[in-house]
Ligand binder design. Structure first.
Ligand code: ZN
Length: 380
């Protein structure tokens, strides 16, 4: 099979072991390709994190492609069918896939953005406006020194994009079915629920903290924080960790610690969610302590030229009319959207990200490339 430039580049990137926050040369490879076409290359490094800013043109409007070159760890490599950094093209049920850690999140998308920019600039060397690419090596980690750092740089240099397009996996079931026009906020909480420790055979003198926690969880599940909005699902409540017990079989636990995660929509604030949680706990007369840690706010682009142009490009290439939605994990779009640009994500189907045997369908990458070329042609 003859591989396209997009798939070849994606394959080269997957072969580079760039576990967050180590870029390990991915961005150099891309900078070499873009500099040959006249892109102005700036590396912005901070606290061991590498960021690449590549720009072509100086006028407005300014479209910024956004991506990341870091990947999550592989876990036990023996559980993978092929080595996770082999970049093999593998056939699954008659369809060719690029295999490996980062293939779908998001080196395939990175490659499609880069080759689309190359094709567009080759065909339109004197295009109006500015086309840019920002890649970071700390998206999967804590983002320190990554996109938020470069967002400050962009502000200082007055390089504010009009549009931001992110090739993160956005599709739900089939390629072309969904654009993410925002993402939910993220809030963690640690809730320590107290009972009275005692002998398992002397229950009349004890209060089981696990039972107290169960009452709390049940009431949380029966009382959703909200019912969602046009673009956002309802604010979710999850218990991610639960701990209680002394290790002995005959002791009723006096403390149950819950770690909870909330993915919240634009009806909420971390303060409102905290109020909801405390109201539920208070209504059950629980003895508890709760501590909340906000990780990120939701962002949304309701409408605009970028969504219109991207949607029509997707329809032309896939025959589908994509829906707009905000489900799934957050992205670095949350650091760019506050600068003002219309910010959306469109990329492959998200079913293999962060998994063992991560892979991405080769035909999705080629169609993603076509969609980005059409988007550029229609925006400029
Ligand atoms: Zn990603």
């Amino acid at each position: 099979m003859e591989l396209s430039a997009t798939v070849k580049l994606a394959q080269q990137l997957v072969k580079i072991e760039s576990i967050t926050p180590n870029d390990n040369g991915c961005q150099n490879l891309i900078a070499d390709i873009l500099s040959k076409l006249g892109f102005k290359i700036t590396f912005i490094k901070h606290q061991g994190v590498t960021n690449l800013l590549a720009m072509h043109g100086e006028a407005s409007p300014f479209l910024l492609f956004l991506g990341h070159t870091d990947v999550v760890p592989t876990g036990d490599e023996n559980t993978w069918q092929y080595p996770p950094f082999s970049g093999e093209i593998v056939d699954y049920e008659g369809r060719a896939y690029l295999y490996g850690r980062g293939s779908s999140d998001m080196k395939g998308g990175d490659a499609a953005m880069v080759t689309a920019m190359c094709d567009f600039v080759k065909a339109n060397p004197n295009h109006p406006g500015t086309i840019g690419l920002l890649l970071t090596s700390n998206e999967e980690g804590d983002a320190v020194g990554g996109t938020p750092y470069v967002a400050e740089y962009l502000k200082e240099k007055n390089l504010i994009p009009d549009y931001c397009l992110i090739a993160e996996c956005s599709c739900d079931e089939t390629f072309g079915d969904s654009i993410k026009n925002g993402r939910r906020g993220d809030l963690n909480a640690t809730i320590k629920i107290k009972g009275i420790q005692g002998h398992a055979a002397m229950e009349q003198h004890a209060k089981n903290a696990v039972f107290e926690a169960s009452r709390f969880i049940e009431k949380m599940l029966l009382n959703p924080i909200d019912h969602g909005t046009k673009y956002f699902p309802q604010t979710s409540f999850q218990v991610s960790n639960i701990h209680a017990g002394t290790g002995a079989d005959n002791v009723i636990p006096g403390l149950c610690t819950l770690r909870c995660n909330f993915r919240w929509n634009d009806l909420q604030t971390p303060e409102k969610i905290e109020q909801h949680v405390r109201a539920i706990a208070d209504s059950l007369k629980l003895d508890y302590e709760a501590e909340f840690r906000a990780e990120g706010a939701p962002f949304l682009t309701e409408e605009g030229k970028l969504i219109d142009v991207l949607s029509s490009a997707i329809s032309e290439v896939t025959g589908k009319k994509p829906t707009l939605g905000t489900s799934g994990g957050t992205s670095d779009g949350r650091f760019i959207r506050p600068l003002g640009p219309q910010t959306v994500e469109f990329g492959p189907v998200a079913n293999f990200i962060h998994k063992v045997d991560e892979r991405v369908a080769v035909d999705e990458l080629d169609r993603l490339h076509q969609i980005f070329v059409k988007t550029l042609e229609q925006l400029f």
